[in-house]
Every structure is written in structure tokens, then in C-alpha cells.
Design a protein around this ligand. Structure first.
Ligand code: NI
Ligand code: MN
Length: 222
């Protein structure tokens, strides 16, 4: 059984038996009060170096002797900060103990000179999850769904910094993924959105299901 545990913003964990991995571990102000010292993971995946994604990644990686996975520039910065890293780049795939990781493009700043923001397609113990990271919608999302089977897509819907709900509906169509989890909304007034409205509108199309997961809640991935 694989569990999606949403912390808040774009930070979530995937858990299976005694293993867990964390994505974009920005913990500041999370409503459940989870601290870096509470997090036990084998890997830390970071899409880009903006503060609301890098967050407590270094502390968590070092506490757990976990492997920090990102694009080369972001991973090199983590290595310089004392983390154990696995550096990858756009279009690259690698087999980790939990399954395969593919680095996908994301159209967004990397927060680091010469870098590129990314997303991840992670096959975690047989469940394939696409985390788009911070990005606009782009037509090559259709290509991603050709390259990898994707069970769940975790998409930003907050608008302003990333695609908003209207564009995310187009992303759902391009991906053709049947199960969608919205993130990166309602953290601040600037990215306030109604996820239930997004859910209703996507589900009205009859092709995809939207799982609205509140901060601190978990979803069993099937
Ligand atoms: Ni960002
Ligand atoms: Mn962000």
C-alpha cells in the first residue's frame, strides 16, 4: 500500500511499509505543526530552489542521511550544504530502491543560476505519480504521458506563480491521467482557490477524478 501524505503547499510524502520519501519539504506555517525533526525519509526530492520548495530539505536530508534528488545545479548546491545527493537532469531516468524516477521539464525559475526547474515522475513501489512542480501548462505534458504510465498527477492550481485552475483543467486533458491531486493553493491569499470547484469542473468532463487532500491528511493510492 502506498500512501500520499499531504503536509501543505506543494509538500507531500509517499509512504510504503517502513519507507517514505518527501517532495519539496517546505514546512513553514504548515497547519499540523510538523517539524523537520519529525520527518523520517530515505530520499528528498526537490523541484527547484525557491524557498517554498527547498524549505527544510537540507536539514531533513542531513538528519536522515537521506539522498537529495534534483537537477544538477540544485543538487550541487545541496552537496555544498553537506547533503548526500543524486544529481539528474531533464529527461533523465534512474532506478532507485523504491522505483524509477524521471525528471520532467517545468516552466518556471530554478532559483539558482544556470539551473532549470523540474517535475518528477516517480514510480513508487508500483504506483506512478507525476508531480509537475511549479509550472505553467505546456503541450508536452501529452508527451510525458506517452513516455511513462502515470496513475496520479499532482498539479499546482494556485495561479499567479503557476498554472491556475482553468489551465490545470487543460493539463488534465493533455495528460489523460485519471486521478488528479491539486496542490500549491490557499497557502497565501495570493494563491487562494476553491479546490472543490476545480474538482466539480474536472469531474464534469467524466474522464478524471480529483482528490482534494487537506493539509495533514492522507490518501491511499490505488
Ligand atoms: Ni517556485
Ligand atoms: Mn512555488
Amino acid at each position: 500500500m502506498v500512501t500520499f501524505k499531504f503536509i501543505h503547499h506543494a509538500c507531500f510524502m509517499l509512504e510504503h511499509d517502513n519507507d517514505a520519501i518527501i517532495f519539496d519539504p517546505y514546512l513553514d506555517g504548515n497547519p499540523t505543526g510538523i517539524k523537520a525533526s519529525d520527518i523520517h525519509v530515505s530520499h528528498v526530492l526537490v523541484t527547484h530552489n525557491h524557498g517554498d520548495h527547498l524549505g527544510s530539505a537540507y536539514e531533513i536530508a542531513k538528519n536522515n542521511k537521506a539522498t537529495f534528488i534534483s537537477t544538477a545545479e540544485v543538487a550541487n548546491a545541496a552537496a555544498n550544504a553537506g547533503c548526500q545527493v543524486h544529481s539528474m537532469h531533464l529527461g533523465g531516468t534512474h532506478q532507485f530502491p523504491f522505483g524509477k524516477v524521471r525528471i520532467t521539464p517545468a516552466f518556471h525559475g530554478s532559483g539558482i543560476a544556470g539551473g532549470h526547474a523540474c517535475g518528477f515522475i516517480v514510480n513508487y513501489y508500483g504506483v506512478s505519480v507525476y508531480f509537475a512542480g511549479d509550472t505553467c501548462v505546456f503541450s508536452d505534458m501529452a508527451l510525458l504521458a506517452k513516455l511513462e504510465h502515470i496513475d496520479y498527477a499532482v498539479l499546482p492550481i494556485g495561479d499567479n506563480f503557476t498554472m491556475g485552475p482553468e489551465d490545470a483543467k487543460v493539463a488534465v486533458e493533455l495528460l489523460g491521467v485519471k486521478k488528479i491531486i491539486p496542490v500549491h493553493y490557499n497557502t497565501w491569499p495570493l494563491i487562494a482557490q476553491d479546490p472543490e470547484k476545480f474538482k466539480d469542473e474536472v469531474e464534469a468532463g467524466g474522464k478524471a477524478q480529483v482528490f482534494v487532500v487537506d493539509p495533514g491528511d492522507s490518501l491511499e493510492l490505488l
